[in-house]
Design a protein around this ligand. Structure first.
Ligand code: PMP
Length: 395
């Protein structure tokens, strides 16, 4: 190894470990369902994005198995050479139907969807108004585009309006985009889309909503944009196939011309091999299930509300979440990490989230209940929270 690389790695790894910021990864010895197994121990899983339990659903497994038998395990090429299978086209048609848009385009992940879509449309002569709590993939996608990034205070509509006005009136930019998460995953709050759309109309902003955590959750499952009845007002509806849908992949849904442009200009579509047949078939099945019935969605909300009520009743600060995402705010970083570790020892897997992912002093253990949890699992988790919370003087 090069001496400079060696020194760089040693110094920085030590630094991260010293600050408690080095991620320790616990491999699962089971599917990522409501219960998981780590190091031979069964734990109640409150950390996955498998909101509806579809990642382990038999109907999806069956669809994936059939696709593997029909098409094999790999798509064999990028989409524009000959890596577009008929089921890729079917997936995109389903996504457009699901999102109430003219068309959709699928990518290999939600992360590279943001890298792809922003930079296909925005360039150095443009500006992007970006909520300060937007996801890392949005931030990276904005940087890649080379557009001027204007950070907007979180969900602060006065700040957004002032900055949109200033950008518009400066005459410096060809295009201006406003970009936001639909649901913010650290606190579970929902973007103020009606106000954002109003400001966008006033200043002719391109609207971009990454609904990774809203799809399958809000709007009877169709997402945050549908929840507010704004399907014809948002230019880019981004989603991921990896959370409520339970598989892997990302997508943009929007007007036909936008999707046509992304198909010729977005680089991961042009230069990275397409989603595997199993991913595609399982995703189609998941979307069909979501469009046919709201049963899983209802169960998710019931479980989310049950967990929230239980934790609040025993004295935890669960923040201001408007979705099933349930943060348990502890505050101090070291105490938060210790709390998560003790929960784990008692049988609950709930990850701590601390600075720099969330502001200093707002460390929390974040709970992601799913439709697949039973009341017994949630009751047990609440009892463990109570035990550890009292023991550590948090409640
Ligand atoms: N956008 C948001 C808002 C997300 O929360 C995530 C996942 N953490 C992504 C994009 C990336 O999605 P994926 O995991 O499908 O790459």
């Amino acid at each position: 190894m090069s001496k400079t690389l060696d020194a760089f790695l040693k110094e920085n790894l030590e630094d991260l470990k010293g600050k408690g910021l080095y991620n320790v990864i616990d491999p699962l010895e089971s599917p990522n369902g409501p219960m998981i197994k780590i190091n031979g121990r069964e734990l109640i899983n409150l950390s996955s994005n498998n909101y509806l339990g579809l990642a382990t659903d038999n109907r999806l497994k069956e669809a994936a198995n059939t696709a593997i038998q029909t098409y094999g395990v790999g798509a064999g090429a990028v989409r524009t050479i000959n890596g577009t299978l008929d089921i890729h086209v079917k997936l995109e048609e389903k996504l457009a139907e699901f999102k109430h848009t003219e068309a959709a385009i699928a990518y290999q992940s939600g992360f590279n969807c943001n890298m792809a879509a922003i930079s296909a449309v925005m360039d150095k002569n443009d500006a992007i108004l970006s909520d300060e709590l937007n996801h890392a993939s949005i931030i990276d996608g904005c940087r890649l585009s080379k557009a001027k990034i204007i950070r907007v205070n979180h969900s602060d509509m006065e700040d957004l309006r002032a900055k949109a006005k200033e950008a518009k009136e400066s005459g410096l930019y060809n295009k201006i985009m406003v970009i936001t998460d639909g649901v913010f995953s650290m606190d579970g709050d929902i973007a103020k889309l009606p106000e954002i759309v109003e400001i966008a109309e006033e200043f002719d902003l391109i609207t971009y909503v990454d609904d990774a955590h809203g799809s399958g959750v809000l709007g009877d499952g169709a997402g945050t944009v549908k929840h507010f009845g704004l399907s014809d007002k948002i230019d880019f509806q981004i989603g991921t196939l990896s959370k409520a849908i339970g598989v892997v992949g990302g997508y943009v849904a929007g007007k036909q011309e936008l999707i046509d442009w992304l198909k010729v200009r977005s680089r991961p579509f042009l230069f990275s091999t397409s989603l595997t047949p199993a991913d595609v078939a399982a995703s189609i099945k998941a979307i069909e299930i979501l469009m046919e019935s709201t049963e899983l969605n209802k169960q998710l909300w019931e479980n989310g509300n049950y967990l929230k009520a239980g934790l609040e009743k025993i004295g935890f600060d669960i923040g201001e979440s408007e979705t099933p995402i349930t943060p348990c705010i502890i505050g101090d970083e070291v105490k938060t990490q210790e709390f998560s570790k003790r929960l784990n020892e008692e049988g609950v897997y709930a990850k701590s989230i601390v600075f720099p992912t969330v502001p200093k002093g707002t460390g929390r253990v974040r709970n992601m209940p799913s439709a697949a949890h039973t009341k017994e699992m949630l009751d047990k988790a609440i009892a463990i929270y109570e035990k550890v919370g009292k023991e550590m003087g948090i409640i």
